[in-house]
Design a protein around this ligand. Structure first.
Ligand code: WQD
Length: 339
């Protein structure tokens, strides 16, 4: 199929582009490069041995988005494009609601007009909000406690209503847990702008000497060692889940499907730090500080629905994730080159 990958120059998007190409799909990328560097495209072409068509575009611009669908023959869309920093969304809600909702509306309206019906949406476990059942299943109610999370909840609702209105759509809501890791080559990986919000890239930057020490946000949670517990999933397993979901959309009679993409393995902050020290041979200095507002103590996936219905499993463990992140970070201490 010819697949448009919005946000395809981003962390998860770039890894998914490689796997789409390896699976024999044609791929084109639409990205505004607000949170990705052009060097990513060079690396993707190097790794795939193929030239990749890229539209540098602001997808909140409905006319520009429609023009891409008029010019290109597109069979399916995987929609990653969107802002994703929880803290920033709290301080700049209008920026987040406008960008994340309008990009989704532009793409969906362009698809609707052209009769393109296969849509894979990059959703997040954040939509489970606070739920006393820590292992998340797809039937749980959704909510959020920050604007970023609300954009995911809202777009999921738009997609549900669209599927009810027109059952010719084939929509997959993929709820990611905590994506980490990097391509085994070390040539692509996570490269956050500025100070990393997320644990793994921060730990990697401490290991490579870019940061002095890790701040552990609380060790008084009711967990195995008091630190926060999450479900880390290797980005390569996550990318494979997108290929499996796309294939499933060609077979299912359901207009909308929901799948958790997680490992199902709960891992604490200190367990991840220990795994990273094993993988890198470096000591990760850390200081326990106050809890981060909005953080949950623990959550992880029940991935059995995706395992069963997609024939997909997240096979890589935390040691693989840390080894692959270390290879990326040690080979690219400052991330991608600017030029
Ligand atoms: C993991 C654990 C922190 C940084 C976020 C988004 C979520 C999704 C994934 C997009 C927690 C602790 C972290 C640090 C720390 N993103 N931590 N020191 O918060 O589970 O999820 O990223 O979809 O929407 O909310 O991931 O990596 O920020 O935190 O102690 O410097 O590490 O308290 O327990 P999180 P995270």
């Amino acid at each position: 199929m010819r697949v448009l990958v919005t946000g395809g120059a981003g962390y998860i998007g770039s890894h998914t582009v490689l796997q789409l190409l390896a699976a024999g799909h044609d791929v084109l990328i639409a990205d505004d490069f607000s949170n990705a560097k052009p060097a990513v495209i060079d690396r993707l072409e190097e790794l795939s041995g193929q030239s990749i068509k890229v539209h540098r575009v602001d997808l909140t611009d409905e006319a520009a988005t429609a023009a891409i669908f008029a010019a290109e023959d597109i069979d399916a869309v995987i929609h990653f494009a969107g802002f994703k920093a929880v803290g920033e969304s709290v301080s700049e809600p209008l920026k987040y609601y406008r960008n994340n909702l309008d990009t989704a509306f532009s793409v969906l309206r362009a698809m609707d007009a052209r009769g393109v019906r296969k849509f894979v949406f990059s959703s997040s476990a954040t939509v489970y909000g606070e739920n006393p059942v820590l292992q998340r299943t797809e039937d749980m109610p959704t909510s959020a406690n920050n604007p970023y999370g609300w954009t995911k909840v809202m777009i999921e609702q738009v997609l549900r209503d669209l599927a009810v209105a027109d059952d010719s759509w084939r929509i997959a809501l993929l709820r990611y847990f905590n994506p980490v890791g990097a391509h085994a080559s070390g040539r692509i990986g996570e490269d956050p702008n500025g100070l990393p919000n997320n644990l793994m890239p921060f730990v990697a930057q401490v290991a490579v000497g870019r940061r002095e020490k890790l701040s552990v946000f609380g060790d008084d949670y009711d967990t195995v060692d008091g630190t926060g517990v999450r479900d880390y999933i290797h980005v390569e397993d996550l990318a494979a889940g997108h290929i499996a979901a796309l294939d499933r959309l060609g077979e299912t009679a359901d207009a909308l499907s929901v799948w958790n993409l997680g490992s199902g393995e709960p891992v604490s902050v200190l367990q991840l730090v220990a795994a990273f020290e094993r993988a890198s041979g470096r000591t990760i200095p850390y200081e326990v500080v106050a809890r981060r507002p909005g953080d949950l103590a623990a959550n992880w996936a029940d991935p059995s629905k995706a395992n069963r219905e997609l024939g997909w499993h997240a096979g890589r463990g935390i040691d693989d994730m840390c080894a692959d992140v270390w290879r990326w970070q040690s080979q690219n201490p400052n991330g991608y080159p600017d030029a």
